[in-house]
Design a binder for this molecule. Structure first.
Ligand code: MTE
Ligand code: MO
Length: 475
């Protein structure tokens, strides 16, 4: 920002109080954050960085590496740090934690929710451009650093313990590809936290602030899990299949989850050990070289970077199965003393969902006489979408959207892919604002709840309320 004055570090260091102003440095920018301090979600912790570089603090509190945070900061910019100051900061910077140094490059089109771990979703306007989401636009949900790539696939193998944890076999990628038929399934994957941002509007929730695009559809190819388990003498009497990923935190805990064995063994549930996504090797962010695909089930169970499969009588002992991804009732929050005992069963199949992706919220829309509204609808468990109702007047009157024939052609109870929908309708004369609403009905005639408040839960998951978008018309 050459129009701004050049400032030295000694000047920055003088600004550490409300009276003199609170300044910080980020990269080559100097910022006056005096006003912002009162609004800082982390409270007075921000004062730790007064008169200093905020970079080392943001390394500790990685939630700051988000586009909206950078934007807010840029609004406070008052100057540019001089060369001497920049050199001094570089020389005294603490060593960078390199847990995330091997993460892959990502498309700049993604809207980033957090960088370490990396979590991002595509812009609303791009999501429904294709029935199948391009790999580099597919939302990314990582809890941990992306493990290093498998350089030599011939040395890599999957561990399969089909009769319990004590007897395990090794299966190489070649075995998976040659011994087992290759199946391809077009399935939608949705994060339990999709649309969490709207839920946070009711009352604070814990979790990443996902908008409505933590969902995507791909053609997944791989071996059927049922075939691989049968070939290894699976014990039908067992109740669960546990999956372990290669990604781990600093204490060595790996990402893990489980599904019912009955789901895994049912050939009509199409559970895959997938090595391809849309005809390409699975990209690093999406589970390279192998992940589980459980169509109709919440994203959290579809373990990426798959390393080990264990059939057992208990669910996965991982944090994400036993504690996280639970649907709490609306009267329970973190102040409820025994809240863990109030957690429901693990989330598996997801409820009926729909959302409007175009027009995006808060963008003025140029209309003549008609407006085109687009979005997606989807339900868990293979339930197809039989109808999408759209309203232009906040739910007083409804019109049925046109459903994508590729979606409605899917088999009953095996409709794994979403239903793109579209509606072009006349805009009421003189209208300047429209409150658009959509709601879907699935093949079990399940409908979505009308509002978010009654389904609020402290983890902010499973938001499938009617989706509303207010648009301002330019005419
Ligand atoms: N598998 C591993 N190993 N590590 C993870 O962090 N995240 C899960 C699931 N599988 C996760 C994982 C969650 S919560 C979701 S929503 C999906 O992966 C996201 O898959 P995607 O990143 O390919 O969109
Ligand atoms: Mo998720």
């Amino acid at each position: 920002r050459p129009e701004l004055p050049t400032v030295g570090l000694s000047e920055v260091r003088k600004h550490v109080s409300r009276e003199k102003g609170i300044w910080v440095v980020y990269k080559r920018g100097v910022y006056d954050i005096t006003e912002f301090c009162a609004r800082h979600p982390g409270g007075t912790k921000i004062l730790l960085a007064a008169g200093k570089s905020i970079e080392p603090f943001w390394q500790l509190f990685a939630a700051h590496h988000r586009a909206d945070v950078y934007e807010m900061l840029e609004e406070c910019r008052i100057g540019n740090l001089d060369e001497v100051g920049a050199a001094e900061l570089a020389a005294t910077a603490p060593p960078h934690s390199d847990a995330y140094a091997n993460d892959p490059d990502r498309s700049p089109a993604l809207r980033v929710n957090s960088t370490e771990p990396f979590n991002a979703e595509p812009p609303s306007e791009l999501l429904m451009n294709d029935f199948v989401t391009p790999n580099d636009l597919f939302f990314v949900r990582n809890h941990l650093p992306v493990p290093p790539p498998v350089e030599d696939p011939s040395a890599w193998h999957l561990k399969i313990c089909a009769r319990g944890p004590s007897v395990c076999h090794h299966v190489s990628m070649d075995d998976l590809k040659r011994t087992f038929d290759k199946a391809t399934v077009t399935a939608t994957l949705q994060c339990a936290g999709n649309r969490r941002r709207e839920m946070a509007g009711v009352k604070a929730v814990k979790g990443l602030s996902w908008d409505k695009t933590a969902i995507g559809t791909a053609r997944w190819s791989g071996a059927r899990l049922a075939d691989v388990l049968r070939a290894h003498g699976v014990d039908d009497a067992m109740r669960h299949v546990q999956f372990e990923g290669r990604d781990a935190d600093a204490t060595g805990e790996r990402y893990g989850a489980s599904i019912p064995l009955a789901t895994a063994l049912d050939p009509r549930k199409d559970v895959l050990l997938a090595y391809e996504m849309n005809g390409r090797d699975i990209p690093r962010d999406h589970g390279h070289p192998l992940r589980v695909i459980v169509p109709g089930t919440v994203g959290a169970r579809q373990v990426k970077y798959l390393d080990k499969i264990i059939c057992a009588n208990t669910e996965s002992p991982s944090f994400w199965q036993t504690r996280d991804y639970k649907g709490f009732p609306p009267n329970v929050d973190y102040s409820t003393t025994d809240y863990w005992s109030r957690a429901g069963p693990s989330v598996q199949e997801l409820p009926v969902q729909s959302a409007i992706t175009e027009p995006a919220a808060d963008t003025p829309v140029d209309v003549d006489d008609t407006i085109t509204i687009r979005g997606y609808a989807w339900s868990g468990g293979g339930r197809g979408i039989v109808r999408v109702d759209v309203s232009l007047d906040d739910g007083h009157t409804w019109t049925q959207a046109d459903l994508d024939p590729r979606a409605t052609a899917q088999e009953y109870n095996r409709s794994w892919a979403w239903t793109p929908w579209e509606l072009t309708v006349d805009v009421p004369d003189n209208a300047t604002t429209l409150t658009l609403v959509c709601k879907a009905v699935d093949s079990s005639y399940n409908a979505q709840p009308e509002s978010v408040a009654p389904i609020w839960n402290m983890r902010g998951i499973l938001n499938n309320a009617y989706h509303r978008v207010t648009v301002h018309l330019l005419r």
